[in-house]
Design a protein around this ligand. Structure first.
Ligand code: 13P
Ligand code: 13P
Ligand code: MG
Ligand code: MG
Length: 370
């Protein structure tokens, strides 16, 4: 267990089954998860909040046990297993989908669930934004984190707040080669962008202020790379702290006014525009999407989660939603063609290789003189 004074926020998620198809977590599953976490409050946990985006069950927990704590991860795992059993009894679709292992061992990382954790000393007042997305992948946060913490056209605080003026440090994970690197901004902005502009492979894991203050943490788990086969998309989560020397809440959510194209729509095999929505619209419908993101805003008070405020449940985001719908029409018109469909190396982790296997014997060599 780490320093008692610090608070840890753990956001752990898994798709354990939904209805109909991959669209929405069942309300009884949400109730069950909320009850199981409530039972751990006062012992393991200080506070908890359960929600969903699309078919992904989201467990937000506060405690003083640090990141990667075995007991916290086991609580999350057991909650997912109990909910998956319920989903199986209810014959929900994809029951137990993201639970890739039979038994818990030490940490849920590598077992299917997505994990974002952040540990810090509570400031005088500590706003926290929890982002959760469905039908996309962890690298989808790259664009938004860059805008929040490195783009002065998004975040004027980088220019006018002396506490942010030195810039931030980004830790980038190469999810294919399992290696990591840190970049300092603004001075290494171009090097940072060289990598994070390729979000299927390079994923921003943490952002710190240059004096070491932790600002953001994301989930980087890639299910297909763990399982070596198609098992749904790695619908990601992200925790971002705001204000008092960090981007203001409004600067943190401003980048979502751009309809960014992400990977992960329909069968995890298509690009689509990411739509910011309120909880009421956190269900995937059209073509199993479009990819959606919610943002729950909290104030942390001695580890208690005050809130949430449903940040994208707001007419200020109507315009981006309209643009997303236009872009969705445009991309859908491509049908099975790239760039709506993912590139071939990304399709390796879908069911397409099985189709190719069936056609393997039909190919004939073209003579070199042809
Ligand atoms: P802080 O410096 O307290 O974060 O205030 C800035 C602000 O809220 C501007 O919108
Ligand atoms: P999920 O990864 O959200 O389960 O979606 C899978 C899918 O096939 C959607 O079309
Ligand atoms: Mg699913
Ligand atoms: Mg999902």
């Amino acid at each position: 267990m780490n320093c008692m004074a610090k608070i840890t926020i753990s956001l752990i998620k898994a798709d354990i089954g939904s209805l109909p198809g991959h669209s929405h977590t069942h309300s009884l599953i949400l109730e069950k998860a909320a009850k199981l976490l409530k039972e751990a409050e006062g012992t393991l946990l200080i506070d908890s909040f359960v929600t969903h985006v699309g078919d992904d069950l989201q467990l937000l927990m506060t405690h003083r046990r640090g990141e990667d704590d075995r007991d916290i991860h086991e609580l999350a795992w057991n909650t997912f297993v109990a909910c998956a059993e319920m989903a199986k009894e209810m014959k929900l679709y994809g029951a137990g989908q993201d639970l890739l292992s039979d038994a818990f061992s030490c940490n849920v990382k590598g077992m299917g669930p997505g994990v974002a954790e952040i540990e810090f000393e509570e400031r005088k007042s500590d706003p926290l934004l929890a982002f959760m997305a469905d039908k996309t992948e962890p690298g989808a946060w790259n664009f938004f984190l860059y805008k929040m913490f490195a783009d002065p056209f998004n975040t004027p605080g980088l220019v006018i707040d002396p506490q942010m003026h030195d810039g931030f440090i980004f830790e980038v994970h190469d999810v294919k080669m399992k290696r990591k690197i840190r970049f300092r901004t603004p001075e290494e902005t171009y090097s940072l962008l060289a990598y994070i502009g390729a979000p299927s492979r390079y994923v921003v894991k943490y952002v710190w202020r240059k004096d070491g203050l932790i600002a953001a943490s994301t989930s980087t788990q890639r299910l297909s790379l763990i399982a070596g086969r198609y098992v749904g998309k790695d619908d990601p989560v992200m925790l971002v702290r705001a204000q008092s020397g960090l981007p203001a809440v409004g600067e943190v959510i401003e980048p979502f006014a751009t309809p960014v194209i992400v990977a992960g729509w329909m069968r995890g095999s298509h690009h689509g525009p990411l739509m910011p929505v309120g909880l009421m619209d956190a269900k995937c419908t059209r073509f199993d999407g479009p990819p959606r993101v919610i943002c729950m805003g909290f104030q942390i008070n001695e580890g208690k989660l005050l809130g949430p405020t449903d940040m994208f449940d707001d007419p200020a985001y109507d315009r981006v939603r309209d643009k997303v719908n236009d872009l969705a029409d445009y991309l859908r018109a491509h049908g099975p063609f790239e760039p709506h469909r993912l590139s071939l190396d990304e399709m390796e982790y879908t069911t397409l290789p099985d189709v190719e296997k069936q056609l393997k014997g039909r190919w004939e060599n073209i003579p070199e003189t042809w």
